[in-house]
Design a protein around this ligand. Structure first.
Ligand code: NAI
Length: 334
């Protein structure tokens, strides 16, 4: 059976890591994925004059599953993040980022890290409601609704239950934003009542950050708002050795878009040295989402084998391999 999936290579290192991901996934699935290539971001703007062409949105809606490279958001001049636009347009309300230590990686400071960040993906300060009140003063509105808060918290609890995890942390800043953060926490309290078997802690966001820096095993599944979730994801990536290793998914009721946590890495783009593992592990999540567990296991096994051997690693992991070389090693491991 063939599986159609939208592929957005993206900007910067996106095309390089996407090509690597496609090679590895094709190997693991015997070529059963039919890649529906689409444009978004700066590359789309150059070719079509639009940052998010309608064809791209229609392809994702049609296929219900997409995987994308990072997209460049031009700095300043009122541009909005195209990543945020995709999540809002398709109502991909749950951002799921499992952060796990990989074997043999000597650059990470901790071993056996196994955390999951569940981030609300559609509201908060990232709702993008900004305007200039008077010249020199800009106001940004933070949107928090009970509906979206309960939805993300329920997603996190169901995920934790399905994955056999026992502990949930709801991170918040109620002390400084009692109404908006208070609504989020109150929504979480209501949903927690439906899961009496789960341990739930309500912890200040800043304390969660410090806890994790001291001891990454101090939390398990962490549910939090959009901005805080974005920040915490990068911290968690640092705990396991960097952005080149951490996958992610944006999940809605009917549609899911998979992507690594990292951005376009303009400092190394075009040099053929980017680490493709984060996007390849995002593809592992995608394969599980579409029920291809055998192929997902093969992808995971190949990543663990190459990391354990430690002879073909990219520069961010302390090695000297190119993207093409690590891709060949991963495909050979499959
Ligand atoms: P970044 O993640 O692109 O880079 C941060 C650092 O990590 C750089 O030193 C980079 O070389 C390194 N790095 C990232 N991914 C790597 C990989 N796969 N292999 C080796 N090294 C890697 O973050 P930055 O610089 O803040 O953002 C650059 C651009 O990316 C911006 O335009 C931003 O808007 C965009 N961005 C897009 C995202 C997405 O599409 N989901 C997410 C984050 C940023």
């Amino acid at each position: 059976m063939q599986i159609p999936i939208t592929l957005i290579p993206g900007d910067g290192i996106g095309p390089e890591v996407s090509a690597a991901m496609v090679a590895v996934v094709d190997e693991a699935t015997d070529g059963r994925i039919v890649w529906d290539r689409q444009l978004a971001g700066a590359t789309a703007f150059e070719e079509t004059g639009e940052l998010l062409p309608l064809d791209t949105v229609e392809s994702i809606v049609r296929n219900r599953v997409a995987i994308k490279g990072p997209l460049q958001t031009p700095v300043g001049s009122g541009w909005r993040s195209i990543n945020v636009a995709i999540r809002q347009e398709l109502d991909l309300y749950a951002c799921l980022r499992p952060v796990q230590s990989l074997p043999g990686h000597s650059l990470s400071r901790y071993e056996n890290v196994d955390l999951v960040v569940v981030r609300e993906n559609t509201e908060g300060l990232y709702a993008g409601r900004e305007h200039e009140v008077v010249p020199g003063v800009v106001e940004a509105l933070k949107i928090v609704s009970r509906k979206a808060s309960e939805r993300i918290v329920r997603f996190g609890f169901e995920y934790a239950r399905n994955e056999g995890r026992k502990k949930i942390t709801v991170a918040h800043k109620t002390a400084v934003m009692p109404q908006s953060e208070g609504l989020f926490v109150d929504s979480a309290v209501r949903v927690a009542d439906e899961f009496p078997f789960m341990q739930v802690d309500f912890v200040k966001f800043d304390n969660v950050v410090m806890d994790l820096a001291l001891d990454p095993s101090s939390h398990d599944v962490i549910i939090l708002g959009n901005l805080d979730g974005d920040l915490l994801s990068d911290l968690c990536a640092g705990l396991v050795g960097g952005l080149g290793l951490v996958p992610g998914a944006n999940i809605g009721e009917t549609t899911a878009v998979f992507e690594a946590v990292h951005g376009t890495a303009p400092d190394i783009a075009g040099q053929g040295i980017a680490n493709p593992i984060a996007l390849i592990l995002s593809a592992e999540m995608m394969l599980r989402y579409v029920g291809e567990h055998g192929a997902a296991d093969r992808v995971r096994g190949a990543v663990e084998q190459v990391m354990t051997e430690g002879t073909v690693l990219t520069g961010d992991l302390g090695g000297t391999a190119t993207t093409a070389e690590i891709t060949r090693a991963l495909a050979a491991a499959i």
